[in-house]
Each structure stands twice: as structure tokens, then as C-alpha cells.
Design a protein around this ligand. Sequence first.
Ligand code: NAG
Ligand code: NAG
Ligand code: NAG
Ligand code: NAG
Ligand code: NAG
Ligand code: NAG
Ligand code: NAG
Ligand code: NAG
Ligand code: NAG
Ligand code: NAG
Ligand code: NAG
Length: 865
Amino acid sequence: MNTSSSPHAILFACLLWTIIPNTSTLTIRCNPYDKQALLNFKHRLSDPSHILSSWSTQHDCCQWKGVTCHNITSRVTQLTLPCSTTPPSYRDTEDKSHCLTGSIYLSLLLVELQFLTYLDLSNNDFLAIQFHYSLHSQDSYNNLSVATTPLPRQSLNSSTLRHLDLSENYNLAINSLQWLSNISSLEYLDLSYIDLYKETNWLQLVTTLPSLSVLNMQSCQLQDLRSSLQYANFTALEVLYLSKNEFNSKLPKWLFNLNCSINDLAFSSSSLKGPLPKALLNFRQLEFLDLEINNLDGPIPYWLGEFQVLQTLILGINMFSGSIPTSLGNLSSLAELDVSSNNLSGIVSEKNFVKLSKLMSLWIALSPPLIFDFDSHWIPPFQLEELDISFAGPNIPVWLYTQRSIERLYIEESSFEAQGKFWNFVSRMTGFLDLNGNSIDGNLTNVLLNALYIDLSSTGLKGSLPRLSPNVAFINLSNNSLSGDITPLLCDQKTLNGKTNLVYLDVSVNHLSGGLTNCWKNWKSLVYVNMGSNNLTGHIPTSMGLLSNLASLHLHKNKLYGEMPPSLQNCRSLLIFNARNNILSGNIPNWIPHGVKALQLRSNSFSGNIPVEMCQMSSLIILDIANNTISGNIPYCLGNITALAFNNVSQNTLSFSIFLPLSLSYYYIIIVPDNLKLVTKGQESEYARILHFVTLIDMSSNNLSGTVPTQLFSLTGLFSLNLSHNKLTGKISNEIGNMKKLESLDFSRNQLSGEIPESLSSLSFLSYLNLSYNNLTGKIPLGTQLQGFSEFSYIGNHDLCGTPLTKLCSQGAKSKDTKGGSESEFLSWFYIGIESGFVTGFLGVCSAIFLKKKKMEAHLFQVFL
Ligand SMILES: *[C@@H]1O[C@H](CO)[C@@H](O)[C@H](O)[C@H]1NC(C)=O
Ligand SMILES: *[C@@H]1O[C@H](CO)[C@@H](O)[C@H](O)[C@H]1NC(C)=O
Ligand SMILES: *[C@@H]1O[C@H](CO)[C@@H](O)[C@H](O)[C@H]1NC(C)=O
Ligand SMILES: *[C@@H]1O[C@H](CO)[C@@H](O)[C@H](O)[C@H]1NC(C)=O
Ligand SMILES: *[C@@H]1O[C@H](CO)[C@@H](O)[C@H](O)[C@H]1NC(C)=O
Ligand SMILES: *[C@@H]1O[C@H](CO)[C@@H](O)[C@H](O)[C@H]1NC(C)=O
Ligand SMILES: *[C@@H]1O[C@H](CO)[C@@H](O)[C@H](O)[C@H]1NC(C)=O
Ligand SMILES: *[C@@H]1O[C@H](CO)[C@@H](O)[C@H](O)[C@H]1NC(C)=O
Ligand SMILES: *[C@@H]1O[C@H](CO)[C@@H](O)[C@H](O)[C@H]1NC(C)=O
Ligand SMILES: *[C@@H]1O[C@H](CO)[C@@H](O)[C@H](O)[C@H]1NC(C)=O
Ligand SMILES: *[C@@H]1O[C@H](CO)[C@@H](O)[C@H](O)[C@H]1NC(C)=O
């Protein structure tokens, strides 16, 4: 069983299930007692998509889905009901709505199916395990031919079950594993991805199973590794997977006192610390050792070279120091070696690889890079499929070119010259090419790229855009010095003939010029397009309307002009449309697809009125049409944009997943956290992961007139509202106090009149307020946090008075402050103001963290096909 297909930091391997063929037999008749037990089990669970429909139509229960009977006795021996889930489309996460759910009546199965040896209910959506049960009204034992059948016992007891797999029922939490000791025959136990947080005694309980040979408790939220426990009584254990838990301790003593022959040991992402104990040598027959992503330190021990049958050694992303011992070059069975992202230093030469003829995957990227001292004629004993490397440039290690099977190449932290030989080499690759962030002296003119996933962003590459083969699904060329137009990439005849698979295209932040071309009809698979921050010009082409899968389109900061082509209304999957900072003109379209969640048209030349059709964009959470010449009134009906009225953060997600088919049975899933630059609280910031928290309307710097409609204030989910620099008149309605989530409000530079509504002071999250340069009058409401803002929030209103303005209110100045507004009251409100400032300041810190963690998350899934 392979738990870690790749140790790359952004990859998580995830074995979903094993497929057990359902042996059908010719003449088997199922035992009526077993049949009744299965029906009882079925009655107690929930089967929304009728996966178990054969469990009543077929007479012979040995023919039922998932059921296997013994070929002689006809008793039910296996129940194999993993749910098959395939990633259904590029944007959704795994859908389990069709899987079995409800409760697993485990004792019912184990007591009544007396010959059951194998039970697999993995990857369903079960919510609970039940042990004690009473008979249902549907249960009937009267029908059974076995007249003397006893009623089932109410407790769990099995001496036949050998294989139990309940893994990946992600919503299942088990408080106690006490029942495990009642299944003494267990040999294989997989509880991975079940929440066992409350079972602090898990180790004592599993070690009492005398025959257990495979134990998988990855990602079970286990915390206690019982490092004080001296002995664990496993005697048959061969495979132990405890990755992705929170142990926060050293490798425990009991592990090294085991008197059994462990083959596979995985403790990745488990917060382990300390050096590697030599007692690990007790497991000389170790084939698989995964300690990735921990805080292990000290040297990589020389004695690791003594594991003669070790095939996988993963030590990446720890704090190991010193050099890579040459003894590792003796591990003649090794297929995968990962020492990347540690504090290692020193020299690497051919001595480190002498006997590694079976090596397929090598991860040695470090910062700073190790010093390579290879003979220039060295021919490695291995042919790699996967290489993660960093080296001191400017030359690429020559031996790289001897590797003819590389499918995944990751170069990090390096600075090198890339000539024709290098591009010829990488253009033969069909898998993953990730050179992001290196400093590459190279020219992409006439280069043909072929890999499924290509990331050449932020590398300083020059020349024109490369050509792409139809195999490419993901390409990121952003933040380089590429110039010329986009025809080599989009209109190249060689790629036009075949079916293209491109899903993700990012050429933003380059020096591209010319028009957007009319070649889009060849790229209908595109989901994400970013051509922002270039020097592109001309109209948005009609053929972009053919991109019916497009979810995110970024054309910002170019010189595009003219009206938006109505064909874009055919992009029905569109979630984000960002064309800010262009010269687009005409009316704001009234046909924008209703599913759009973020519309950013700021800083263009749009004119005319705001179309009322916009009110039907019920998913809209970001509406930014600032800095145009839009006139007329703000439509009343904007108040019924439901996503803004009921800000349901979980539905507002603007990131989406892309599924790249790696092979027939693997998908690589990339979660793209989309980002936008937005103005809120008086400044422009980039929002990525928390984009969906930033519900915003910005209509500032237009020619809008009339009043601010009261209905707008029913958008109680709004975070930021900016109507500044318009010609709005009339009073601010007291209803504004309904916008409880508002943090940023800007009405400055209008002609608003009347008093500041008292209710504004109830907006306790408000941390930015600008009402300056209007015609507001009267006293700034006292006894509120409104005094916490500086005078700049209020200046330019001639008849406004009171703190924080220096203008005192005359005795006659009207004030609704009937409570008198004593100074002590003012101070208490002032403190609340500071507190709310703290709340928003904290959000600011969070957004900074999210902005730094821009690296994409990806998951490797095995998929049932
Ligand atoms: C029953 O199955 C066993 C293996 O489980 C096989 O060896 C045997 O031949 C089978 N018998 C019949 C009658 O199919
Ligand atoms: C019991 O028998 C009756 C008819 O004798 C039948 O309708 C019913 O479905 C049976 N119940 C079960 C659970 O098999
Ligand atoms: C386990 O077996 C004991 C009897 O040996 C019984 O008392 C207990 O209830 C059983 N546990 C469960 C969960 O059924
Ligand atoms: C468990 O069941 C077996 C028979 O299936 C029986 O011999 C044994 O006594 C039972 N143990 C307990 C603790 O109930
Ligand atoms: C292991 O077995 C020994 C003796 O058989 C016993 O003293 C000890 O408590 C057991 N340890 C655990 C964790 O069950
Ligand atoms: C380890 O197990 C073997 C047999 O499995 C046994 O002969 C030996 O005595 C055990 N050693 C210890 C220290 O328990
Ligand atoms: C890139 O190469 C092309 C032709 O191979 C050449 O015309 C162009 O000037 C080069 N660009 C740069 C920036 O070196
Ligand atoms: C953008 O393109 C225009 C011509 O279309 C050119 O004059 C200008 O220099 C270009 N700007 C940049 C930054 O490349
Ligand atoms: C408004 O748009 C113009 C170009 O249309 C731009 O120069 C200016 O910086 C923009 N102002 C703001 C505040 O975005
Ligand atoms: C939208 O708002 C308008 C005017 O406020 C109202 O008449 C209409 O019923 C609302 N529509 C929906 C679907 O709520
Ligand atoms: C400001 O309001 C006063 C009375 O409320 C009105 O007389 C005056 O004309 C207004 N000024 C502007 C510029 O709207």
C-alpha cells in the first residue's frame, strides 16, 4: 500500500480504495439468516442513491452488490461497499452525496454475519457507529426457515473478522475504540481520516490485537503517542501508518521495543521532533520509511545505509543538518530518496549514488543548494522519472541530459542559463515542469512546450510566447519579460489541428502587445485566463464567448477599448470577470451572466446608467464599477442581490479546483485561490484566499445622482460600501444601522444633506468612515464610537459640529442625543471604537498571512475508473 506517492510539499497522496472483485458464483443460494442480517443492516443506514437496490430485487443475496459468499458453505464472508467518487468537474470538490450515510450498526454485522471475514465500508459518508441495537419493526425473523434461530446478542463479538476498513468517512468521529478488543481476529485495520480525537487510549487498545499486521490511522487527529509507554504488544505488525496526526513528541520507545518485523513505517506530518534513534535499525527489513514534514533534527545518520531492502526513504521538510552521508549510496534497493528542504550542506558527488541503480525519484533541492562535484562524464546508474533539484549555476548539471525518462522536473532556488539543449530536453516531457521562481537566462521564442503542467512564472524569461502542444493543460508564464503578441501561443497551426486540453492560462505581468486574437475557438477547455498587466490593445474578441467553461477571466491593466461583446453572455460558467484599468466604453452590459460573483470594471470609460438587470445577479459579492462616467440613479433593486443580503461565506468561495488527468487512474487536483485587487478602507490591497470575505460595492468616482436608496442598506452582508465622488443628494437613511457587518464606509465628496443618522453608531465593526465634503448638518451623534474617527472623516461639511471636529455645537444645535452625552459615556464608546479597530486590525494580519501563502495547494487522487 502506497501512502506517499510523492513527497513534494504540495502533493498529498491519497489512496482511496482497493477494488475487490465481486465474485459471482453459479449455484450459490444464500443463507436466509445472513440475508436477514444484511437486510437489517440496510434498513438502518441511509442510501440516498439506491446503491443497495440489488439488495431486494435479487433473490440470492450472494448476488447482491458488495456481498461475497463462501463457495462451499454459501455463508456471507465479505462485504465490500466502498463508495466510488470521481472528481465530477473542474470546479467541485469530491461529491459524496450519493454515498451511504447514517449509522453503521457494527455489532449487527459482526454478530449476525457469523462468518464475515472482510468488511470494507470506506470512502462513504457515514456519521456514526452504533453497537447496541434493538429490533426494528422491519426486522423479521419469523419468516426464516431456521426455526430455532436465537435472537442476536446485543453486544459485539467476532472471532472471524480479519479485515476492517472504515477509512475516509470524513464526517465520522469515534469517541471510543474499546470495541476493537472484541474483534480479536483482526489482521488489517484502516481507520484513516476518521476523527479519533476523543480516544486518548487508542494505542493500548490496538496493541491488544494479537494478529494485527496492518494498522492505518493516518489523519485521525491523534495526539498522544504515549512516548512513556515502554512496550506495545504488537507481535505481527508489518505496516504502521500514523502520518498526519499531532503527536508533538519524539519517536516513541515502544516502537523500538517491538518484537516484530515492520516493513512500512509512515509518520509524516506528525510534528515529530528530535534526532533519529539508532534503534530504528531493529527494523532491518524496512522497505518504506516516510518521515516527511516534521521537526526532526541532528544529522542524517550514516547507519541508514544499512537498510538493505529499503525502497523508499523520505526525510524531506525537516531540520536535518550536516551533509548527505555517502552510505546512502549503498541502498541498492532504493527507488525513492527525498532529503529536500532540510538544513543540509556540503558536497554531493557520484559517490552518493554508487549503487542506486533502481532510483526513480530523487528530491535534493535545498536552500542554499548543495555543492555539486560530479565528473562531467558521469553517467548515473539510474534513470529517474522524477527530480527535484537545486544547484549553483550558471550551468545545468550535464548528467541531467542522460535522464531520458523524466516526467516530473522541479528546479528550485537556482540561477542558470537555459539554451536550446535545455528546451529540447524539457519539451520531451509530458508530465510536470515546475521552474517557478528560478532566475533563468533564456529566450522562449520558438520553444515548443509539451508538459501537462508547466509553471515558468517569475523566472525572468525573455523572447516571445512559446508554442504549446495539445497535451498542455496548465501553463503559468506570469511575471516574466515576454514580449510580442499572443499568436504563437493561441494561433499556432500545429496545435490548432488537434484537440487541445488547456484549462489554465496565465500570461499576466509581461510586456505582451497586440490584440487578443480571434483564435479562442480552439481553446474551449479553458477555465482560467489571466492576461492582466500587459500592453494588449484592441477590442475584446467575439470568439471569447465560445469559452463556455471559463470561470475566471482577468484582462486588467491593458489598453483594451470598445464595448464588451455580447457574445460573452455565453460564458455561463463565469465567476470572476476582471477588466479594470482598460479603456472599455459603452454601457455596463445588461447581459452579464447571472452566476458571476465578482465583477470588476473600475477605471474604464463606461457610461450610461447602471442596468437594473444587475439586480438579478444573485451570487454577486464584489461589484466594483468605480472610476467610470456612469450616471443616473442607483437602482433600488440592488437591495435584493441575495448573496450580499445574506452573506454566507461558505457559498461565496471564489477559489476553484482544476483536475488534471495524470494517467488513466490519477488526477492531479489544483486548488486555485483566485485573487483581485480591491479598494477598501481607503487603500488598494490584493485579496486572494480571503477574497470571499470581502463583500464589496464600489461605485465611487462616477456621475451618479439622486439619493442613496434605502434598499441598499438591506444588504446586511456587505463589508465595504464606497459611493464617494458622485453627485448624490438627500439624507442618509437611519436604515444604514442594519448593515451590521460593515467595516468600511465612504460617502465623501457628494452633496448629501441632513444629519448623520444616530444608527450609524451601532455599526460596531466600522473601522473606516469617510463622510467628508458633503452638506451634512447638526451634531455628530455623541455617546458613540463615531468620535473614534479623526476629523478627516467629517471635514468639509459646513454645518456639522461636535467632536472630533473643532467646531463646537451652538446651544441651539439640534441633537437627537437625549441622553446628554456626558464625557464618561463618550469615553466608554471610544473604547469600544478602539476594540472594533482591534478586530479589523486582526483581520488585516490574517489577510497578510493568506497573501504570503500563495503557493497552490494540490492533491493527488487515485480515481476509480
Ligand atoms: C473455492 O474457493 C477456493 C479458493 O478460495 C478454491 O481453491 C476452490 O477451488 C473453490 N471451489 C470451488 C468449488 O469453486
Ligand atoms: C416475510 O414474509 C412475507 C410474506 O410471507 C414477505 O412479504 C416479507 O417481505 C418477508 N419479510 C422479509 C424481511 O423477508
Ligand atoms: C465486548 O464484549 C464484552 C463481553 O466480552 C461485552 O460486555 C461488551 O459489551 C462488548 N463490547 C461491545 C462494544 O459490544
Ligand atoms: C464470542 O462468540 C463465540 C462464538 O461465536 C463464543 O464462543 C464466545 O464465548 C463469545 N465470547 C464472548 C465474550 O461473548
Ligand atoms: C504487554 O504485555 C505485557 C505482558 O504480557 C503486559 O504486562 C503489558 O501491560 C502489556 N502492555 C500493553 C500496552 O498492553
Ligand atoms: C520475539 O519473537 C520471537 C518469535 O516471534 C520469540 O522467539 C522471541 O523470544 C521474542 N523475543 C522477545 C525479546 O520477546
Ligand atoms: C529571442 O530569440 C529570437 C530569435 O531566436 C530573437 O529574435 C530575439 O531577439 C530574442 N529575444 C531576446 C530578448 O533575446
Ligand atoms: C505599448 O504598446 C505601444 C504601442 O502599441 C508602445 O508604444 C508602448 O511603448 C508599449 N508600452 C510598453 C510598456 O511596452
Ligand atoms: C481612474 O481611472 C483613470 C484612467 O481611466 C486612472 O488614470 C486613475 O488612476 C483612476 N483613478 C483611481 C482612483 O482609480
Ligand atoms: C427586487 O426589488 C424590487 C424593488 O425593490 C422588488 O419589487 C422585487 O420584488 C424584488 N425582487 C425580488 C426577486 O426580490
Ligand atoms: C446645503 O444645505 C442647505 C440646507 O440644508 C441648503 O440651503 C444648501 O443649498 C445646501 N448646499 C448645497 C451645496 O447643496
